[in-house]
Design a protein around this ligand. Sequence first.
Ligand code: DGY
Length: 330
Amino acid sequence: MGDARIYVTRRLPEVAMRILEQAGAVKVWTEDLPPPREVLEAEIAEVEGLLCLLTDVVDEMLLCRARKLKVVSNMAVGYDNIDVGACTARGILVTNTPGVLTETTADLTFALLLGVARRITEAERFLRAGQWETWSPMLLAGQDVYGAIIGIVGMGRIGQAVARRARGFDMQILYASRSAHPEVERTLGARRVQLEELLRNSDFVTLHVPLTPETRGLVGERELRLMKSTAILINTARGPVVDEVALVRALREGWIAGAGLDVYAQEPIAADHPLLKLDNVVLLPHIGSASVKTRTRMAVMAAENLVAALAGQLPHSVVNPEAWGDRGRP
Ligand code: DGY
C-alpha cells in the first residue's frame, strides 16, 4: 500500500486506530518488535503523520527522508527518542501524551519503593524456592516506609503525584526542582532543597526528571556516595539519568541499600547485566504507565494529536509549538 497518509509503528488499541482512520489511510507495523530502521526509513518517505513509540528513534537522518511529514506523535510523555530541534527546523510538529499517565506512573513508583523497602520480590523468590522453614524474628526484615524521608528529584506532574502518595504514608518530603512549587509545599508540607541536601538526608530518593543533556548522568558516583548507606534509589524516569556502572558498584559495595528500577541505560536490559545478579534491587521492564486504562488513553491521545495536526488544528499537547509558525493565526 503506497498511498498511506499515516504510519503507525505498532498495533494500537482499536479505539485509537479508528481515530487515526478518520484522517486517511493508515499503515501499521504489526510485529511485536519495533520496525527495523530500513523499514522506518522507507515508510517515512511518503506519509504526512508518524505515530511512534519511545523505542523508535526519530533523528536527523530519518527526517531527511521525510518529504511530506507534518507531525510526529509520540505515544509517551517523554520524547528523548526524537530530535525535536531537527523536527522544528523542518516545520514538523512533535506531540506527546502528558497528564494521562501521571497517576499510573506514580502508583508504579510507589510499588517499587515498597517492593524494595519490604523485600517483596526477594521474599517471594525465597518462598517459591522452598526455603521457608519457619517464622523467625528477623527473617527478610526490611525498612519502614511509613514516616520515612522521601527525596523527590523533579517536581512535575509525576513528582507531585508521588508526593501525594508519600503524604498518605506520613513521609517527610524533600524535593529538588528547577522551580519552586509553593502549592505542593503548602498542601503536602514538602520542602525544596538542593540536590546534595536531598541525597544526604533522604531514606528514599525517587527520580522524576525528563532525560535532557542536563539530566543525563545526574546521579553518578559522587551523588550515590552522598546518599545514606540505608537509602533506596527509585528510577521510573529514564535510565541514562543514572550512571548504571556507578549504581552497580553502589549496590554491591553497600554505598546504598537498594534500588528499584523500571528504566535502564539500554532497553531491554541485557540478560547478563550485573544488575540482574543483585538481590537488593527490584527490576521491572519499563511498565510505569502500563495499566490497560492508561495505555489506552495514551494511544487515544497520540491518535488525536496526530489527527488534529493533519487537520490543521494545533494539537492538545505539542512539544515544539514554534514549529507551527503562522499556521492557524488570523
Ligand atoms: C513515557 O510516557 O515517557 C513513559 O516512559 C512510558 O509511559
